[in-house]
Write a protein that binds this ligand. Sequence first.
Ligand code: RNT
Ligand code: ZN
Length: 415
Amino acid sequence: MSYEDAKKRYAALGVNPEEAMKKLKDVPVSLHCWQGDDVRGFDTDPSKPLTGGIQTTGNYPGRARTPEELMADIEKVLSLVPGKAKMNLHASYAIFEEGEWADRDKLEPKHFKKWVDFCKKHHCGCDFNPTFFSHPMCDPLTLSSPNEETRRFWINHGKACMKISEYFAEELGEPCVMNIWTGDGFKDIPADRIGPRIRYKESIDEILSVPYDFKKVKPCVESKVFGIGVEAYTAGSAEFCLSYAAMNRDKCLPLMDNGHYHPTEVVSDKIPSLLAFFPEIALHITRPIRWDSDHVVLFDDETREICKEIVRCGGLDGRVNLALDYFDASINRISAWTVGFRNLQKALLYALLEPDMKALQDSGNFSELQVRFEEEKTMPFGEIWDEYCRRCGAPLDGEWFEIVREYEKNVLSAR
Ligand code: RNT
Ligand code: ZN
């Protein structure tokens, strides 16, 4: 079947694939730099373990060890994916001059100048994340620590990151989403559950007390149910973060990561709930297996369902900020990045090609609705996807893995 034939099949359902492709190619999706080096960053000793309740597993060869290697790898990925990318960096990816180093509370925009140049070269914006983990000042708490010196250090880190986010927004002409996530929590039953949360709240209040233009810098609060070593309690629980965002609607956004809920909860259903109240939200798209395992995003049911809700709710008109967030060190990292980015594009395109079936629901026609949903699954989606890749100048499925294999042979295996 050709693209033209596929287009006719969709047209019969009242769907115009041309419009779907046109819409999708301008929607920014943040590409997380941390897939390339297993969340190590450049500002601490790479032999030290990750902290903050997150973990990478696997030791596939070829991890990026320097800014140059990481940028080269990201460039490779950008050449293999359709759509509009935005960069997503952590503060730990600061780039220092020879002999220079600054601790996290002293980071400045100049430490991200090379990333700004990189983004300019690729005509993309940049999102940002303070790094409240994998650092000696985690005691192990950060923004919720009872130790005033610790808490102060991390508040200052947050404030420094607000400045850096502003720098990205101004230099790149696209808003910078700045995500606040900490792994603060306890392994076992705490004696005080409210104390850390009050301190966390007051710390975020202080970080957000710096002057900023909310249209340019968009701070978010990301919740989490538990992490490795913090199984019993997290300060930044779902209720905590959602309440914080709701009470500070003029200052920050709620961020949902679909790996951060109990396994039978689905973020697809939470999106319309939040959008009933918040003009704008942010998402981390990942794939949890039994827990927040951060597997590569697939073209699976829940990813499609998340994308359908985004599209149905008008999320692609600036109401939903999309970012990928996963890290698999057991497979080729370029492939991992590419698979996840392409799959999110695929799922968004798939969602944009869904006929509007609200009338069937509103008229109580659930038999037909079920039939139409099932029929949708065997529509010639692959033809539209191929056409979208072609128009974006990206390789088709079946074409790009060979390029990754070559890159592995020529570049990664020499590391
Ligand atoms: C961790 C959170 C958080 C991190 C990144 C590195 O569980 O999902 O978003 O993955 O900040
Ligand atoms: Zn996340």
